[in-house]
Design a protein around this ligand. Structure first.
Ligand SMILES: O=c1nc[nH]c2c1ncn2[C@H]1C[C@H](O)[C@@H](COP(=O)(O)OP(=O)(O)OP(=O)(O)O)O1
Ligand SMILES: [Mg+2]
Length: 250
């Protein structure tokens, strides 16, 4: 009787001990993933039950690869730099997707819809507009053609005689879950003004856009400085927040 009670006691102790060890192993694994950048810590806060290994696997798979359809390598390199180790791998597909005329929203949605149809799978696309307040938002999504035809100086000349050179950069990411689904938009905006070109001209209209409160054009900033306050950085914050909610539901 005594022996039985003792063994009962030992087995209860063993169970507690084993449970503690299992719990410690799981917790250690989760923190290791967080430190290695394989797992976003915010996922744990959003959904504590994610500690389950299978859920972790599915989250990692959902977030892993995203096809970014763009013909602009500068966009790809900025997006990769901004996402850093957010556990999203950007795969670039340089497809020539037609951009229809319309508002930034209409252009962004239609481009993404068509890209998803061509790819027959999920993807993101991005449209960048540069909007002049004096011109009620123009050139807006047509900035690419204005820049090409008028050059950096010409963008300044365009505003001669107008009372303000105020402008804003608007970035619109579109996400499609696949062909036949309605793309979802994520916008980011940075305010500034159009100035004569300053800084190293590596990317589009960077040298003529001075960001409010910084005294610098985008072309005078380091990549990190630009990405921290840029239209693209702000739009990507919203896109990544959305992708996290998608992953939790997956
Ligand atoms: O952060 C930027 N800083 C300076 N210039 C920028 C930026 N982001 C886009 N840009 C330029 C590229 C293009 O001249 C126009 C946007 O046109 P947009 O149609 O969105 O880009 P795109 O045709 O080069 O690439 P895509 O294949 O993704 O449509 O503004
Ligand atoms: Mg384009």
């Amino acid at each position: 009787m005594q022996t039985r009670r003792a063994s009962h006691h030992v087995s209860a102790q063993t169970t507690v001990f084993c449970t503690a060890i299992t719990l410690r192993t799981v917790v250690t694994k989760v923190w290791k993933d967080v430190f290695l950048g394989k797992l976003d810590i915010r996922l744990l806060v959003d959904s504590p039950e994610l500690v389950h290994t299978e859920r972790l696997k599915s989250v990692k798979m959902t977030l892993k690869k995203l096809t970014f359809v763009t013909g602009n390598p500068m966009k790809v390199s900025e997006v990769r730099a901004i996402l850093g180790n957010a556990n999203i791998e950007i795969v670039n597909q340089d497809l020539d997707v037609p951009e229809l005329q319309g508002t930034t929203e209409e252009i962004a949605k239609e481009k993404c819809r068509r890209a998803a149809e061509i790819l027959q799978g999920p993807c993101i696309t991005e449209d960048t507009a540069l909007c002049f307040e004096a011109l009620n938002g123009l050139p807006g999504p047509y900035i690419k053609f204005f820049l090409k035809e008028l050059g950096l100086e010409g963008l300044n000349t365009l505003l001669v005689g107008f009372p303000t050179t105020a402008a804003y950069a608007l970035c619109t990411f579109a996400y499609s879950a696949g062909p036949g689904t309605e793309p979802i938009l994520f916008e980011g905006r940075t305010d500034g003004k159009i100035v004569p070109p300053r800084g190293v001209s590596k990317f589009g209209w960077n040298p003529v856009f001075e960001v409010n409160g910084t005294g610098k054009t985008f072309a005078e900033m380091s990549e990190e400085e630009k990405n921290a306050i840029s239209h693209r950085g702000r739009a990507l914050e919203k896109l990544t927040a959305f992708l996290r909610t998608q992953a939790v539901q997956a």
